[in-house]
Design a protein around this ligand. Sequence first.
Ligand code: AMP
Ligand code: MG
Length: 496
Amino acid sequence: METEHRDFFPCDNSYARLPARFYAKLPPVRVAAPRLVRLNEDLARQLGLDPAALSTTDGVAALSGNRVPQRCEPLAMAYAGHQFGMFVPQLGDGRALLLGEVIDRDGVRRDIQLKGSGRTPFSRGGDGRATLGPVLREYIVSEAMAALGIPTTRSLAAVTTGETVARVRPLPGAVLTRVASSHVRVGTFQFFAARGDVEATRRLADYVIARHYPNAAGAENPYLALLGLVCVRQAELIAKWMLIGFIHGVMNTDNVSIAGETIDYGPCAFMDAYHPDTVFSSIDHGGRYAYGNQPRVAQWNLARLAETLLPLIAEDKATAIESAQEALTIFAARFDAAYIDGIRRKLGLLRPEPGDISLADDLLKRMAANGADFTLTFRGLCETASGVPAHETARLQFADPTVFDEWAVRWRERLAREATEPAERRAVMRSANPAFIPRNHLVEEVIDAAQDKGNFAPFETLLAVLAKPYEDFPEFARYAAAPRPDQVVHQTFCGT
Ligand code: AMP
Ligand code: MG
C-alpha cells in the first residue's frame, strides 16, 4: 500500500488512540479503475478540505481506497447489535473503514469513512464491497435529509470502482465516502458490555461524553446524564422522521448513532400514501420497523443502551436499574413535545390549544383511510390555509374529498382563533411541509439510468431539486408528484 504524501484529509484520529480491542487497523483493498461520480464540494469546503485536490487522480485514489492519504489511519470499528430483536455479539465494519477524523470549519470533529472498501476481520461471509445502486441511494437520501434539516450522516463522494460485484446479478461496484459526527453506535456499547468488559465500556462512555455530550461530564452521575442526553437526541430525531414521513427500515441497535444522526441508509424510504403500517424493507417481514412503530422501537433500542451502562451508573444493580429506567422516560416526554410542536407547525397552529392533537390525529386517520399522499396533503394545506379557495391539492389527495372537507371545516374554525398573520402562517407551514422528498420511484429511476446506461444526469438533477426541498420549482413539478399506480415502489432492498 502506497502512502500518498498529499494531505487530502488533515486528520487527527482520536478513535485510533483508544485501546486496540476497539477496532482492527488495516488499509482498504485496492480497486481496479476508480472514477469519480460525484464530489460534494460544499461539504468538502465545510470540512476544510480542498475540492479541487480531491477531484484529481490522486484525490480519487484516496476516495476509492487505492491510496491512504497521509495522517489517515484506516480502521474497522468493532460493534455488536440486536438485529430484528436477536442479539449478535459481533458485527463491526465488514465493508467500511474509518479513514480518520477532521475538524470542520465550526470546530466539530467529523469522521471520514469509506463504505465499500473491501473485506475486514468483521466481514464474516461478505465481500466487503458496495454496489452503485445503494451508494447512490445513500448519497441521495442522506443529502436530502440534511437539506430537510434532519440530523444525518453526510455523503462527501461517490466513486465507481471499475469492478463488478456479485449480487443476485453482477452489479457495478462503488465506494461512498461518508461523513458522520461519529460512527459510535448503541451496538458499540453492546460489543463491550456483552463481553463483560466494563473497563472498555467506561472508556467508550468517556470518549462519547467528551466528543458529543460534554455537559454530561459535570453532572453528578455522568453516565446517567449521558443516557438521558442520548435519549433526548433520539427522541428529537425520531420525531423529525415521523413529521416528514421517513421510514428507516432497519432500526437495529447497530444502526443507531449515539450522536443522534440518521445512519446506515439501507432499505429506507419516504412514504407516498400515508399509512402507519407502511413497510418497504424487503427483510422486514413482521413490520417491526414500520413507520408507526419507529418511536416504540427507538425506546427499545435505548433500553438496550441503558443495559450496557448499568455497571457504570451505580455499583448496586437494583439502584442502577431504577435510575436507568427513570432516565429512559425522558424519551417519551421529549418525543411527544417535539412531535406535537412539529405537527402544529405543519397545520399552521402557532398558538397551542389542547384540542390540536386530536385535530391532527383525525386528519391522519382520514388520510390513512383515503390513501392520501403524505407530502402533497401537507404541502397543499399551506395554500389552503392562506385562503386560496380554488386550491384543491390537499383535498384531491383523498379518495373521497368530502372526507377532507369535513375535517377542513373544523380546521378552519381552529385557524380563525389564531392571531397570526396569514403570510406568517404560510411561511411557517411551508418551512415545515416540503414540496420535494426523495420519492422511491424517482430514486429507482436515477439508479436504473446510472446502472444500466452509465447516465448520471438524472442523479445530478434529482440532487439539485432535493437540495431546496421547501421551495417551489414549477419546472420540476414531476419531482413533487406522487407516483402513478404503475410507478409505485412497494419494496426496497439493502443491496448488500
Ligand atoms: P448493515 O446492513 O449496513 O446495517 O450491515 C450489517 C452488518 O453486515 C455490518 O456488520 C456490516 O459491516 C455487514 N455487511 C453488510 N454488507 C456487507 C458486505 N458486503 N461485506 C461484508 N460485510 C457486510
Ligand atoms: Mg449497519
